[in-house]
Structure formats: structure tokens, C-alpha cells
Design a protein around this ligand. Structure first.
Ligand code: DQA
Length: 149
């Protein structure tokens, strides 16, 4: 049997450009910096992580499908697909795992098209507006959900 990863941390389109992309909104840290922060936090909690990013909706769906058997919980920053993707909502439903939705910015304080999320209805909870620190909060939250299962 393949050993499960505890937490899949999945990042959607344009998040590979963190640090360069609108730093006043998304911060100066790169995605690599964020991944290191996540690894440190997960290690402290004795949890393993699989940290991924894709610019492609279908690839995100495939990664979520695989998580059904390979992970115990999902943290997802779906980026722009938050506001458009029925496919990602469907994949998260079929994964049957605890889900934490995560955003660096607070989409509710931004343009109206960012106010709707297709992911929120299938998430246990949402963390937004805390920049990269939100990843730490999300790891703590998902660890609690995994432990209580
Ligand atoms: C985001 C918010 C989304 O509205 C946006 O499209 C992103 C990033 C965030 O982390 O704040 O790409 O998910």
C-alpha cells in the first residue's frame, strides 16, 4: 500500500508568480518561500505535505481526484478558478476529504466578481486576507480536522 500524504496543499493559476504579481495585494514572498513556511509548520505538527501548483483547471481536477486515495485533507487556493470552476467543486466533493479554502487577499473586499466562490460550499472553512500567514493558519486548521476524524 502507498503511504498517504497528510495534507495536499494545492495552488491554482498565477500563484507561481507570487512575489512578482501585484505584490501590494499578494505580498513579496515567492511561492517557494510559502512552500518552505508550510514545510516548517507541517514538520512541527508531524504532518507530511504535498505542495503543488498548476495553471490548468484539468490538472487541478486530476490532482484532487488522486488525493481521494493519497491524502487525508486538502488546503486549496484555487485562485481565479475559485470564482468560475464547477469542475473543481465537483472534484472536491468526490474526494470526500476535509477541505480548507484559502486566499492570500480578502476577495470579499475586492471586485464583485470575486465575491462568489464555487469552493466555499464544499469547504469546512475559509481563511482569507492574512497573506502568506494564511497558509500557516490553514495547516493548523486542517491538522485539527484530520485529527478529529
Ligand atoms: C486569490 C484571490 C483570487 O480572487 C485571485 O483570482 C487569485 C488569488 C488569493 O489568494 O487572494 O488569483 O485566490
Amino acid at each position: 500500500m502507498v503511504e498517504k500524504t497528510d495534507i495536499l496543499i494545492l495552488n491554482g493559476p498565477n500563484l507561481n508568480m507570487l512575489g512578482v504579481r501585484e505584490p501590494d495585494i499578494y505580498g513579496h514572498e515567492s511561492l517557494n518561500d510559502v512552500e518552505h513556511m508550510c514545510r516548517d509548520r507541517a514538520q512541527l505538527l508531524k504532518m507530511s505535505i504535498d505542495f503543488r501548483q498548476s495553471n490548468f483547471e484539468g490538472e487541478l481536477v486530476t490532482i484532487i481526484q488522486k488525493a481521494r486515495d493519497n491524502a487525508r485533507g486538502i488546503i486549496i487556493n484555487p485562485a481565479a478558478y475559485t470564482h468560475t470552476s464547477v469542475a473543481i467543486q465537483d472534484a472536491l466533493k468526490l474526494a470526500e476529504l476535509p477541505v480548507v479554502e484559502l486566499h492570500l487577499s480578502n476577495p470579499h473586499a475586492r471586485e464583485p466578481f470575486r465575491h462568489n466562490s464555487y469552493v466555499s460550499p464544499v469547504a469546512a472553512g475559509i481563511i482569507c486576507g492574512f497573506g502568506s500567514f494564511g497558509y500557516i493558519l490553514a495547516i493548523d486548521a486542517i491538522a485539527r480536522l484530520i485529527d478529529s476524524k
